[in-house]
Design a protein around this ligand. Structure first.
Ligand code: GLU
Ligand code: MG
Length: 429
């Protein structure tokens, strides 16, 4: 029996989690009929303003319909009461999914993957972020890990309690930088967890008197905070389908074709996965973010990396082999990111050609001819608009709102220096 309040939330186009709280006594009713919501809320920028050029006006009403399976419990902590958090689908007043709903966009893409290709997607989001406070400690060091205490241990316990299945908590390379990984899960669950994880990290940091930022890059001269999306395809019976011992990079035909779709539509895909002006300061070569549009075995400069498999103890590679998409960040909505990767992968399956696999031994000179990533948000937005296939992945309402939000953010930061831009995004994320 729940006491206190529950928060019913959506994650919007600027990857901000917004919603409404209800008292425990209203829970049953809210699970059945949701809470009120407003279409124009989808047109808020990451900096908190309604985007000019938004397709929404002062009219219209929606429901945030909570998904009971998404619920997590945040325990009370000192003065801060506990709360239950639900993620919601945005629907019309009749309960029909709204065309602007990012969570429904992912659900529809997964349905299409199941119905047209007989495939399921499993995924895991790997997040990097920076904690403020003094940290002159060495990269990856025990000392850096200890400077974050009690935050680190509290975070791992909180994530376990919330059922997010943390896998590894580590001191990263950049100043004050940490990384948290979660176990793979069915795609919608994985994206829900990515939405929740960012909130839990920021919330816990606040409660410990610190501040965490997921900004793609906090300082133009420094390393970035990536969101790496690990994914694998399964048959309907759960059997892994990405592994083929004889294929280049040990990729099956299905895996190599799925990858080809992501590479082919990469400039448009980037608009969704790296949707902030700052994203493009991170996505430059030699940062191990993603340095070019290519697929490679175990190469951290690849847009798509074939992740390693562990053979210790005789574990088989088939269930482990997966791809890692490296050009996402936390200014992107996890539902849109995964849904877009699925749509691009489906286009690849339909197209039929296999992506070229660069071996681990490929040198920088070998890779020099591969296309560069878009150099700016303007470029990737234009690519999304110009790519007739990619443009069709998003329902018009969602596409129009997305472009309006992104362009409003571009206008809001016009004229800022790179350092000022980074600071603004650090504050917002
Ligand atoms: N910080 C890098 C990025 O921006 C990732 C480094 C790594 O963990 O491979 O994506
Ligand atoms: Mg990392």
């Amino acid at each position: 029996m729940m006491t206190g309040t529950a928060f019913v939330a959506t994650c919007d186009l600027a990857a901000q989690v917004r919603g409404r709280a209800i008292p425990a006594a209203r829970l049953e009713r809210t699970l059945a009929t949701g809470v009120g919501w407003v279409p124009a809320n989808l047109a808020l920028t990451g900096f908190g303003h309604l985007a000019e050029g938004s397709p929404f006006g002062s009219t219209g009403d929606l429901r945030l319909l909570p998904d009971p399976a998404s619920a997590i419990e945040l325990p009370a902590d000192g003065e801060t009461p506990g709360i239950r958090l639900y993620l919601a689908d945005q629907t019309g007043l009749d309960g029909v999914p709204w065309a602007g709903c990012p969570r429904s966009f992912l659900a529809a893409a997964l349905r299409e993957l199941r119905e047209s290709a007989g495939l399921e997607l499993r995924a895991a989001f790997e997040h990097e972020f920076m904690l403020d406070g003094p940290d002159g400690e060495a990269p990856f060091s025990f000392q850096r890990l200890r400077t974050a205490e009690p935050f680190g241990t509290d975070l791992v316990e909180l994530l376990e309690h919330a059922g997010l299945e943390p896998e590894c908590w580590l001191p990263e390379y950049g100043p004050g930088q940490f990384e948290i990984t979660l176990r793979p899960a069915p795609a919608l669950v994985a994206a829900d967890r990515a939405v929740l994880l960012r909130e839990l990290v920021r919330d816990l940091a606040r409660r410990r008197g610190r501040r965490a930022t997921f900004a793609p890059i906090a300082d133009p001269e420094d390393v970035g905070n990536g969101v790496h999306v690990h994914f694998s395809l399964r048959a309907a019976d759960g059997d892994p389908v990405m592994y083929d011992a004889g294929g280049p990079g040990r990729l099956s035909d299905v895996a190599a074709r799925f990858a080809a779709g992501i590479l082919r539509h990469a400039p448009a895909v980037l608009a969704v996965t790296a949707p902030n002006p700052v994203s493009y300061l991170r996505l430059t070569p030699h940062r191990w973010s993603a340095g070019g549009v290519f697929l490679a075995e175990r190469n951290r400069e690849a847009l798509l990396r074939i992740a390693p498999t562990v053979e210790i103890g005789g574990a088989g590679p088939a269930a482990q082999l997966h791809l890692e998409y490296r050009a996402a960040d936390a200014t992107a909505n996890p539902w849109l990111v995964l849904g877009t990767l699925v749509r691009a992968g489906l286009a690849g399956l339909a197209g039929g050609e296999r992506a070229h696999v660069w071996p681990e031994s490929a040198t920088e000179a070998d890779l020099a001819g591969e296309p560069a990533l878009p150099g700016s948000l303007e470029t990737s937005l234009a690519a999304l608009e110009r790519d007739p296939v990619a443009r069709g992945w998003l329902p018009p309402t969602l596409l129009d709102a997305f472009l309006a939000v992104r362009r409003a953010e571009l206008a809001e930061v016009a004229g800022l220096s790179a350092a000022e831009l980074c600071r603004k995004v650090v504050d917002a994320y």
